[in-house]
Design a protein around this ligand. Structure first.
Ligand code: 9YW
Length: 409
């Protein structure tokens, strides 16, 4: 039996398609945006140039608008729905028409710090592209203050309860006939429901019919919610990009301005009644009124406070492994259903970076040890039951292997 480090490297190499990495074979046969950023972090532990290649391939599919798409369909694969024929974005290679959490700059900084000399020119080449993506986020998606998403898939936390109020306003009745493929790869009980998928497809149909015109999607689309998770990831990534920009000799005033505007907007997503950061429907102003794992990403952006600290400990102490993706005391909590309860190793890693950087090294270590235990017991799964460690979703996952090499192992 090879060591878990060897297994993790073999998983990443096995999912490598030459310049980009699949999240896992079968279930996700393309390049996903934030998965690639984590893959780069993992690669950096054993093949630093390949880490930069991963980020280059991701940014090579950036749209002229600055948006970086959530999926890049390099090679057609009938095993995934919705594929390029549904999105029809007109990009080459084909891509989806929405984005995903902007963690690439944060991961690029971690990769660069692992080998500053070798990474200098690679980062210098990436910098203007990352800057253009951040500009897109701020100019197109932060017009209400916090970062807004137009589809739950953009959050990376697809069916988490944060989006329930926004999803309720989407009429999925006209989604039309389609055949899901995800439920053929993994247990359907661990995946989003049919009602969820009807609404997801309705939102995709709206974007396609709008020619993926962002002004129209933001102004008139069926879904527009402030995402605390992305708000904190973007704020952190702005600051990471500014650090790198300064090191490369650039004027970072624009980036500093964006970060300040985002920090100033944080009170808009603080739900006093809930005692936590919360998602918010930007059309109605209504809060989701649920505590999700996105709220705890506040630590990544140094935006924690004593009330949030108490919530974190309450939620964490009520399970056995890691931070659950939904509040175990909430009625909707389901420990095996995707983003409605399970703990995700990749999110635990990101949270631990935040806890460490905000000086809570004891909590960061506890999170690491619990995540290590899950992987030691069952392998590199997509997510786990936080009560009894049951492995869920896809196996041999790239980002789970990546965070093992960089952090958990
Ligand atoms: C899907 C690839 C992606 C992640 C998302 C996760 C899931 C895809 O898998 O979405 O079809 O459900 O929610 O965060 O990037 O790992």
């Amino acid at each position: 039996m090879s060591s878990l480090d060897d297994q993790a490297r073999a998983i990443i190499r096995g999912n490598d398609r030459g310049g980009y990495t699949l999240p896992t074979r079968g279930l996700y046969p393309y390049q996903w945006n934030w998965d690639s950023a984590f893959a780069a972090w993992g690669f950096a532990t054993f093949d630093n140039p390949r880490a930069w290649d991963e980020l280059d391939t991701l940014m090579a599919s950036q749209w002229d608008t600055g948006m970086v798409p959530h999926i890049i369909f390099h090679t057609p694969d009938p095993g995934y729905f919705p594929g390029p024929e549904i999105w029809r974005t007109g990009q080459t290679p084909p891509t989806s028409g929405i984005t995903q959490p902007p963690v690439a700059a944060t991961m690029a900084r971690l990769v660069w710090e692992m080998d500053p000399e070798a990474g200098h020119d690679r980062m210098a080449a990436l910098y203007p592209k990352l800057l253009a993506w951040h500009r897109w986020w701020h100019e197109v998606r932060c017009t209400h203050g916090p970062a807004a998403i137009t589809h739950p898939w953009e959050s990376g936390r697809d069916n988490c309860p944060d989006w329930d109020i926004g999803m309720a306003g989407v009429n999925g009745a006209d989604a039309g006939p389609y055949e899901r493929r995800d439920t053929g790869h993994v247990d359907p009980e661990m995946r989003p429901t049919k009602e969820d998928y009807d609404r997801y497809i309705t939102m995709v149909n709206f974007g396609r019919n709008a020619g993926w015109d962002q002004a129209q999607v933001v102004a008139d689309g069926p879904f527009l919610m402030a995402d605390p998770g992305i708000t904190f990831m973007l704020l952190r990534a702005d600051e990471d990009l500014a650090v790198m920009g300064r090191a490369l000799g650039h004027d970072v005033t624009e980036l500093e301005g964006w970060a300040k505007a985002l920090r100033d907007a944080l009170p808009l997503i603080w739900n006093e009644e809930l005692g936590a950061y919360d998602a918010r429907d930007l059309r109605t102003g209504q809060f989701a009124n649920v505590l999700g794992s996105g709220a705890f990403l506040a630590y990544l952006a140094d935006a924690g406070n004593p009330t949030l600290d108490a919530q974190l400990m309450r939620v964490w102490d009520s399970v056995s492994y890691g931070i659950p993706s939904a509040d175990p005391e909430a009625a909707i909590f389901n420990p095996r259903k995707y983003w409605r309860g399970p703990t995700w190793p990749v999110l635990n890693a990101l949270l631990a970076v935040g806890l460490r950087d905000s000086g809570r090294t004891d909590l960061a270590e506890r999170l690491r040890a619990e995540t290590e235990s899950l992987i030691r017991q069952h392998g590199f799964y997509e997510y786990f039951d936080p009560n009894d460690a049951t492995p869920c979703g896809g196996a041999d996952f790239t980002w789970t292997a990546a965070i093992w090499l960089t952090w958990a192992g």
